[in-house]
Design a protein. Sequence first.
Length: 992
Amino acid sequence: MEVEGVAGGRKNTGTPKAIINSKFGSNASYVVEEVVEHVQDVCTEVSVPGLSVPGLSIPKKVHIMYRCRLELPEFSVVSGTFRKKKDAEQDAAQQAVDKLGIHPSIGKPTWEESLEELVSRISYLFSDKFLGTRHPMTGHLRATLRREGNHCGSFPISVITACDVKVNSLCKKIDPKVESNPSLALSFIKVAASKLSGSLSSPDEKLWIKRLNPYPHDIIESPIDQESCPPEVATVHALYIPSVMEEPVEPISFDVLPSVYYMDIIAQKLRMASASELLISRPTGKVSSETKLYYAAPEMYWSEASSSLQLAESCKDSLNVRASYLCDQDIYGNAILAAVDYTWKSKELSVEDISMQSYYRMLINKTPAGAYKLSRGAVITAALPSVFTTKTNWRGLLPRDILSTFCRQHGLAEPSFSTSLVLLKPSSELSGSPKEMGTMNPLNETEQADAGFLTSTIEESTESGSTCQCEVKVSCELAGPSKKLKTMISENATGQASAGFSTSIIKESVESESTYQCEVKILSKTQEVILVCSPKESFKRQNDCIQTVALRVLSWLNMYFLGIEPEKLNTSAEALDITFNPERFHEEFKFGPSIHGYQQRDIQEVINKKSQVDIEGQGSGISPTSGSLARITYSVSLVPADGHTKELLESADEFEFEMGTGAVISHLEVAIAQMSVGQSACFSIDIPDQEQILAASDDFTRINSLLNSYHCRLEYSVKLLHITELLEDKMEQAFFSPTLSKQRVEFAVDRIRQSDATSLIDFGCGSGSLLDSLLDYATGLEKIVGVDISVKSLIHAAKVLHSKLSKDSGTIKSAVLYDGSITVLDSRLCGFDMGTCLEVIEHMEEEQAHMFGDIVLGSFRPKTMIISTPNYEYNVILQGSSAGNQEENVHEKSQAGEHPFKFRNHDHKFEWTRQQFESWATKIATKHHYWVQFSGVGGSGDVEPGFASQIAVFTMEPPSPSTPSRTGDSPVSSTEEVTDSCKVVWEWNSSN
């Protein structure tokens, strides 16, 4: 009875470490040590996430690796080095398994093998050796041994299933139904105990096990017991949940003396004789919580047909709906929700208070909207957004993470996401064939997991009938809240030569000329399909696609939990491209509507009801628009009809949300839309849902009394602190196709292609959109350089440029990206044939923009310089105001420093009118001996208010033989002391 594991003669299954532990138990010792790998910081090659980019001058982190030494009675082995400790341990165990000549069996263990392992495990749990270890179950064992009378040493079987993961795992191997019905494990434990009748006793009618031979006194009073201070009286605050829905949930409390087993006290509260009559649910609430439901074991009988304990028919009417909903398993009779148990960390009893607020928060966390509200810390104010715009603007848990949380809360498998690439570029662009759209089969995360990746094939038909295939591999990191799909392209040259296909073109189509579609499946623990959402829409970004589809499912599920009529639910499912199995769906979520609709009013009636908004303070003129981010400070209080008291429920010093997405309750968004920065407002609304009020309040007795005694309303007090304007490119996309940013790049590319320039520098290159576009065309450029102050953007540019240059560099011989300011002199930025600066100067202060004009033409001196900036006068069109007002007011107010129209981006420090821009450009051109021409993109220069983006093209005047030498004719004056201030972030050379 002292050995953990099974006899050596049986087949060995499981991981190498499991095999070693099964054979040697505690005689196997794993010693893990850290191994520091120092990586030389070389500029020639640095690993950037997702791509190895030569030339990135970024310090590398020291790698911490792990090596494991496995000590066995007869020999020892040492593993290789690994990034994870568990991998090192498994490697050492595998070496030991090989050395011992153990051959793991193929396939799943048989019923008899699993039962044999369970018998061995039960034997170990009641051994002297186990009692001397630190394990949650040993605290229970010692507590039962401190009892007096007949119950001394009688150990509740339910505690074994609640505390020991290995026992649970073995029971699931015997019968997978244990996953959905944990009480089945009791049957298997009793069977295992009956096979140990020489050492253990477990009467047929009782749910306890007792060791026949007493434990040695020195083990009961082991050194582990003496490590900490003498135990004190523990006060437990818990909740009593009646099985009758009409009876309220009530808080209860009790003291646990050091000499008393807390399970016996809970049993008494439920009117039972001893703890052996208690069952314990799986943990509920937070992942690390010890919160569990304790309830009376229902009347059971032994079924000869199934060889297991079965529930008596008379007990099925006592199902506790609220308790069952909380822990996602059937619970019968009254129950107590408590967070009290022995843990791995200490032998002392761990106690956490469970309040009514905790209960209601656990309830709302079971709904999609509730999980989002809790993630925002705004149970009353926040609302699940109706649309996903960008990750940048989203606040709180992302939709995919919420969906994963929802599935875990309801005992389901992780949601399965699969994405498909849809090619936008017609195949005629690849081979001259008629226009056909390339498509991809779905890339399912759950298929081919053993291979570590998934494959899908893009096929394009050619005129000759042959096929070009490009295989796409997606790393198989299974669905989860923080997992990502990584797409890698590999070539499969099938008929490429005869068809005239270029695999680089196909790869480019997949990477840049494609959109994503996504499908998500909600599965049961047994992998039965419950729900599928497969929208037809496609998205440019894979993450946007996944998050949007996840949000669709969440929104639809939320309708169900709000108790929407079945007909409307089906109609909504069809509109959202959702299909579901009605029988499985209603079986999994059968308790939801009855729980959440029990105290709920008509939500739609509340939303449609108008409320008076009182706005105070002088307006700043800066008001939110749809898509902008509003930052507020707010408080919400419960106010009875008599108005004599006001109970604060929720508040936040800073709370940010995106306007127009439904991220807050509708009343608040309507109020904010009427305000400008600096103003305050007050308004009151009817109570939409008592569940939310009670989840927000930490004084249940007081708030519940007010709700039951008076007609109460919620009173909001809010102040608008700041507005982050709608991003410029989002606003411009509504008016221009292609977008203004793309038109600006195309303008610069055309000028460069028409020139004989061999070198180009892009001032403020950002993520390298211009440099990237240039590589798609044949030019005479041999050297390209980018400068920016954002290292993050430069790293992105490095990835893109390296990828393209590695495939086909064309005439390019060198490329460099610098981290530095474009208003500070650096000799390496001087003397280029062509310079560009697209939509950059408006992000500086005006003084810096004037400084840049002087330094770029006076010191850097490219032969040709292209500078673009927004035309402020065009904002009248972008922001939907009348042209008449623009002609009358814009010029005068701009000159006076007033702004009747907003800047296009919150980061713009200024925006110039045509007159201001032309005056600035003409002045610096004359000063530094350049000619200047004006043009633009977006709109027309001949029609008011001109181009949306105004452009100046500066051309250096040729030196005249009759003109004396002028200061500034050379890139750097000989009298200037130049210090190279920029840092090389990435460098590429064709010779390498």
